[in-house]
Design a protein around this ligand. Structure first.
Ligand code: PBG
Length: 336
């Protein structure tokens, strides 16, 4: 009888046998280079008006739009599971949208009131707010649009600054510009400092690509652009040097954390950004990446839990220090 560790398996006289380190689970754990932990996760959550509302998003099964009362309960729960941060996205009713997104900087708007309530009830959780106009504009673009459909950069930045300030005033720990206008990180940093919010951080969506993977998110917020696409501000999928340029600019302008988005189809970008900066790097495991796993799992085609862990581990292995993921709660439960 040959045992697993038999001395008789020597016919090749090999010096190196990498399989030695894979022999048992204990050994594999000892030599594992990358481990996913709950500390790496940021949970993106959708908030809507009303009370007692928890509405599942059709293209994101297991993700909900919550009214504030139920959102607070959910946040207490995820905080107890060890998740350290949430990223908030508001569902804005059609009658509060306009061409210029004025609701975005209403000091009593949905986001601002939500932040105040979270900071009152679950003060330890880090609250990250999104800075971009798309949930608030009738046309669904992240910025202001002129009569020819051109997205205006500098006038948009002025609105984004107001928005970021109103979020900081409400108590946000980090503001996260996801709009991809040039110069917005610097303008926001300057305004925050001028108003005394020196400890409010900026999580910059630095390398954000014009991606078809955002589809389910736009369903969730009902924020798909009504005309054209976002290619004049979000990045082209074929580019990687440009990602480094964007990251470099955001760092020079005062970003505290830089982000690559989406994650899975851009692991090479995450890796390049990681080796080119000393800042923490975040990766956004976006809605379409979530939906693909959920859909395949619902069909019984993949082992959902294993695929989730493998996918998120790949992002960390590529270099991400933090991962925004709709799987955060599920993963926190799995890792307990
Ligand atoms: C909007 C924004 C988007 C996402 C986060 N912020 C969509 C977009 O740029 O059109 C996408 C997130 C996801 O798909 O999970 N500024």
């Amino acid at each position: 009888m040959l045992s697993a560790n038999s001395n008789t398996d020597q016919s090749l006289n090999l010096v190196h046998r990498p399989r030695r380190l894979r022999r048992t689970e204990t050994l594999r754990k000892m030599v594992r280079e990358t481990t996913l932990t709950v500390d790496d996760l940021i949970y993106p959550m959708f908030v809507m008006e009303g009370e007692g509302q928890k509405v599942e998003i059709a293209s994101m099964p297991g993700c909900y739009r919550f009214s504030l009362d139920l959102l607070l309960k959910e946040i207490s729960e995820v905080s107890q599971l060890g998740i350290g941060a949430v990223a908030l996205f508001p569902v804005i009713p059609e009658n509060q949208k306009d061409d210029t997104g004025t609701e975005s900087y209403n000091s009593e708007g949905l986001v601002q009131e939500t932040v105040k309530a979270i900071k009152k009830t679950v003060p330890e959780i880090i609250v990250i707010t999104d800075v971009a106009l798309d949930p608030f504009t009738t046309h669904g673009h992240d910025g202001l649009v002129d009569e020819n459909g051109v997205i205006l950069n500098d006038p948009t930045v002025e609105v984004l600054v107001k928005m970021a300030l109103s979020q900081a005033q409400a108590g946000a720990d980090f503001v996260a510009p996801s709009d991809m206008m040039d110069g917005r990180v610097g303008a926001i940093r300057k305004a925050l400092d001028a108003e005394g919010y020196i400890n409010v951080g900026i999580l910059a969506y630095s390398a954000k690509y014009a991606s078809a993977y955002y589809g389910p998110f736009r369903d969730a917020l009902d924020s798909a652009p009504k005309f054209g696409d976002k290619k004049t501000y979000q990045m082209d999928a074929g580019n990687s040097k440009e990602a480094l340029k964007e990251v470099e600019l955001d760092i020079a302008e005062g970003a505290d954390i830089v982000m690559v988005k989406p994650a899975l189809a851009y692991l090479d970008i995450i890796h390049q950004v990681t080796i080119n900066t000393n800042l923490p790097v975040a990766a956004y495991n976006v809605s379409g990446e979530y939906a693909m796993i959920k859909a395949a799992a619902a069909n019984g085609w993949i082992d959902e839990k294993k695929v989730i862990l493998e996918t998120l581990t790949s992002m960390k292995r590529a270099g991400a220090d933090l991962i925004l993921t709709y799987f955060a709660k599920e993963v926190a439960l799995m890792l307990m």
